[in-house]
Design a protein around this ligand. Sequence first.
Ligand code: ZN
Length: 81
Amino acid sequence: MRGKLDFELQLKKIPLQFKTKSDFATAEGNNAAWICICGELLVGRSYFQFGDTCYTKCPNCQRRYRVNPDSKKKAFDVVEF
Ligand SMILES: [Zn+2]
């Protein structure tokens, strides 16, 4: 048995496409975080269990976003829809 390791997560910038402009979100694995047009900090994910999909709705302004996956189900981009 090995001891427990403490991994530094690898954050990366991914494209964020609002309806009106482009920006960047921060992603780690299946997860992404970004600032809504209204200023609210949001989170989302590119993968949901059993093949279902999911989206994020801003609790402040009701804008909706989807975190799209790449071929490995990791967060690829975030699109307002
Ligand atoms: Zn908002």
